[in-house]
Design a protein around this ligand. Structure first.
Ligand SMILES: Nc1ncnc2c1ncn2[C@@H]1O[C@H](COP(=O)(O)OP(=O)(O)OP(=O)(O)O)[C@@H](O)[C@H]1O
Ligand SMILES: [Mg+2]
Length: 497
């Protein structure tokens, strides 16, 4: 009875392409077992087989030493196996409480929804996780970070034996991760066994008792967390490609004092008032802050997503008025949004359609589209970003989470903007590709362009930014210059102040 879960010799193919090849994974009772691997390695697929979302082609799954064949998530959930999905399952038009109890609505007697009971239970649940929002809040008014916390609360609204967390911290900042780790510790004490998927290597070593590495759909190694270090894990993950892994090197910024973008007196809503800042040509400007500090709202409003906002915008000494996204693109702006699945991609469209979408003007050939050129441009992006797909015609929704992210970044870089607004660009991206993306950001700035970088990973801000602005509740509360960015603590301290 040492193992609560055994998955042995699992095979899975999609349309003849094998994505899991004889994979085994065993989870010990009351332990945290990390599942790691590059984008497209098969982590989410393996977990979807466990939770009955996908059927396996071969192999055995045993829970509590009994063979199981779950037919859909509900089946797995009833057996105490719960999963926090990478592609959040939250429904934006419903309230927090409705989302938490979706498909397991409380009834009053038997007939009516017990709304009061649901609100009360939701409130208790949120409180127990220190999540400070009203259960009545409609979810589409909240940022991705909160959605992630709600997703976690939802998974824990019923007793779980095994909890699968597929990149639960992708949009959480350091202090929110601390809350999550506290929850994980409490769950462990209660005997819940946890499978933890993450691309943040430092998290894995902090939390995992055991680590299993997958590469290209195959087992590489399973070892105790204590017997591994970050380097070893990365080596197992990337295999031969290891030389492409990013080292956090200082960027030597020889930027000009010529202003590229000026924002004066930006007002977005009651929270964000009178925000002013600038970016010089060649500069990477970081935004640091906690969830709800207004970082996303600021870049979204500059990019015209929130319609016309109060305030002045100057790009390359020209005053510009931005009423919508097309105005923003024409003015030389591009935004890689935080919520890439909802805002960045058309999931039913192909990789090619997604990458060329903002380029339609450029690809026009008479009244037709230059399809050959579109294919060439797409193939360039697929290779420079190392996007794992069986073809450029594959629907975006069928790619792994990290590869979907890469499409969004590739697509906006192809528009050749002057200012690139990046909201958590490396969330969910594996360590190899992270390095590639950070190099792309640097090269882009080196050509005299400007970048705004929002990141919850302080190490990343430190590594790429020439200057960091600290935001708190919609106001700029501090500025840290390149030469002052000596350690993560400096930034952490500024954020907490
Ligand atoms: N429904 C599907 N149809 C076709 N291919 C699929 C489907 N689901 C997953 N795949 C493919 O299976 C492979 C593994 O994907 P998976 O989502 O398991 O990767 P992952 O390890 O979770 O990666 P990431 O870190 O990017 O989330 C990918 O190449 C993906 O394109
Ligand atoms: Mg995944």
């Amino acid at each position: 009875m040492e193992y609560i879960l055994k998955m042995d010799q699992i095979d899975k193919s999609f349309n003849g392409v094998k994505v899991l090849d004889n994979v085994s994974f065993r989870l010990k009772r009351g332990q945290v077992h990390a599942l790691v691997g590059g984008n497209g390695a098969g982590k989410s697929t393996l977990m979807k087989i466990l939770t009955g979302v996908y059927m396996r082609d071969a192999g055995i799954v045993e829970v509590d030493d009994e063979k199981v064949n779950f037919n859909g998530y509900r089946d797995a959930s009833n057996a105490g196996i719960r999963m926090i999905y990478q592609e959040l399952s939250i429904i934006p038009t419903l309230s927090v409480a409705e989302n938490i109890f979706l498909n397991q609505e409380k009834t009053n007697g038997k007939m009516f929804l017990d709304e009061k009971g649901m609100l009360k239970a939701a409130k208790e649940l949120l409180d127990s996780f220190d999540i400070n929002i009203s259960p009545k809040t409609v979810v589409n008014t909240l940022g991705v970070g909160y959605c992630q916390l709600i997703e976690i609360a939802k998974a824990l609204s019923k007793e779980a034996k095994v909890l699968v967390m597929d990149e639960p911290t992708a949009s959480l900042s350091e202090s929110e991760v601390v809350i999550l780790f506290d929850i994980i510790r409490r769950l462990k004490e209660k005997g819940v066994s946890i499978i933890y998927i993450s691309h943040r290597m430092n998290e894995i070593l902090k939390i995992a008792d055991e680590v299993t590495v997958l590469r290209d759909g195959k087992n590489v190694i399973t070892a105790a967390g204590n017997d591994l270090n970050i380097e070893a894990i990365i080596n197992h993950m990337m295999g031969e490609q290891v030389e492409s892994v990013f080292e956090w090197q200082e960027r030597h910024y020889n930027g000009s004092n010529e202003k590229l973008l000026e924002v004066n007196g930006l007002e977005v809503n009651e929270c964000i008032r009178d925000v002013s800042f600038f970016i010089n040509k060649g500069e990477v400007l970081g935004f640091a802050g906690l969830m709800g500090s207004g970082r996303t709202e600021i870049v979204e409003s500059i990019f015209g997503i929130r319609g016309r906002c109060k305030g002045e915008l100057i790009i390359d000494r020209q005053k510009v008025v931005i009423k919508d996204v097309q105005n923003a693109i024409d003015a030389g702006l591009a935004l890689v949004p935080e919520d890439r699945r909802r805002q960045g991609l058309i999931l039913m469209h192909s990789v090619k359609q997604n990458i060329t979408l903002p380029l339609l003007k450029r690809l026009r050939k008479g009244i037709l589209l230059d399809d050959k050129k579109a294919s060439t441009l797409t193939k360039e992006s697929v290779s420079s970003f190392n996007i794992k797909t069986s073809g450029i015609g594959k629907e975006a929704r069928l790619l792994s989470g990290g590869n979907q992210q890469k499409i969004v970044i590739a697509k906006w870089l192809k528009t050749e903007p002057k200012v690139l607004l990046l909201d958590e660009p490396t969330a969910g991206i594996d360590v190899g590709a992270k390095g590639e993306i950070i190099n792309l950001i640097r090269n882009f700035a080196d050509q005299g362009n400007g970048v705004v970088l929002i990141s919850s990973e302080l190490a990343e801000l430190m590594a790429v930014c020439d200057r960091i602005l600290v935001l708190n509740k919609g106001k700029i509360t501090g500025q840290i210059l390149r030469e002052e960015i000596k350690s993560e603590e400096v930034i952490q301290h500024a954020i907490q102040k």
